[in-house]
Design a protein around this ligand. Structure first.
Ligand SMILES: Nc1ncnc2c1ncn2[C@@H]1O[C@H](COP(=O)(O)OP(=O)(O)OP(=O)(O)O)[C@@H](O)[C@H]1O
Ligand SMILES: [Mg+2]
Length: 264
């Protein structure tokens, strides 16, 4: 299987703090067409790890060491111009709150066309048409009308599917989804999970950060458990669910089951 991402010995430290690194020697890899879930308590370093891959951490604030390799290139060494061209095209991210991904006062179509013009240097009309096509692929209804809508009139689930449509437009090699379904109701969550499933089948790698073990069980092949910046357990989803080795993983699993029972 082709490796699309390889993170080796990643350390993230706050420059002003000399104590423990926030992410402490994290290593993992992601294969084409597979999904890797990162789970762990709040504050364990999951989002910072994702942001380091996208090179979204402020270099004045954070000290980052190790390597993050994509297609043989180290993303940490890459020029700012090159990394920005890559992120949003070959490497995409879907965030927790889709509202934050859009400017609420600019119509969806104009925002999609702008992204397409930046990354693919398309003319306005061609970009607009490609945008509609991307929305249609996501099974969104009345796509022309959607392109003419402002983000604030759309539901969270719809917006999230639009962000996924945007993320998929350039056929990325992998997608980082940081709590991408957390803010959605059950029906919309289901739809988004189905889209992720289709992506995997098309060969796109998925790095999935989630609190929801149900989501991890549905989508992921492998799983990492993070605690206080360290990966404390890893394995296939089956192994981690059926025979977790660390007490902490067991506690997380139990807590998640308990939550589910209470919701039923
Ligand atoms: N800009 C920042 N400045 C200082 N500390 C930060 C900053 N961003 C994150 N941290 C700290 O780094 C740690 C890891 O944060 P991170 O956002 O990666 O956690 P997380 O595992 O994604 O948590 P959650 O599940 O709540 O999203 C936290 O203790 C957080 O307070
Ligand atoms: Mg987070």
């Amino acid at each position: 299987m082709k490796e699309v991402l390889k993170v080796s010995h990643l350390y993230i430290r706050l420059k002003r703090a000399l104590d423990q690194p926030i992410v402490n020697n994290a290593s993992f890899s992601l294969q084409k067409g597979s999904a890797l879930a990162i789970v762990g308590e709040s504050g364990s370093g999951k989002t910072l790890t994702c942001k380091a891959v996208m090179r979204l951490l402020n270099a004045r604030q954070f000290n980052i060491s190790g390597s993050i390799r994509y297609n043989g290139m180290d993303l940490l060494e890459m020029s700012e111009k090159k990394i920005r061209a890559l992120c949003g095209s070959k490497i995409a991210m879907v965030v927790q709150n889709p509202m934050t991904a859009f400017n609420p006062t600019v119509k969806i179509g104009a925002q999609m066309a702008e992204t397409l013009r930046v990354h693919q240097k398309l003319r306005k009309k061609a970009a607009y048409e490609l945008g509609i096509h991307a929305l249609e692929r996501m099974n969104l209804p009345r796509c022309e009308q959607l392109m003419n809508s402002y983000p604030y009139v759309l539901s969270g689930g719809m917006l999230q599917r639009i962000t996924i449509a945007l993320a998929l437009i350039h056929e990325p090699d992998f997608i980082i989804a940081d709590e991408a379904t957390t803010a959605l109701d059950v029906k919309n969550q289901q739809m988004v999970l189905e889209e992720f499933e289709k992506m995997k089948r098309r060969g796109i790698g998925l790095l999935l950060v989630t609190h929801d073990f149900g989501v991890a069980a549905k989508l992921a092949d492998d799983m990492l458990v993070m605690r206080r910046g360290k990966i404390i357990e890893r394995g296939t989803v089956y192994d981690l669910f059926s025979a977790p080795q660390q007490t902490y993983t067991k506690e997380l699993l139990d807590a998640s089951m308990l939550r589910k029972e209470k919701c039923m």
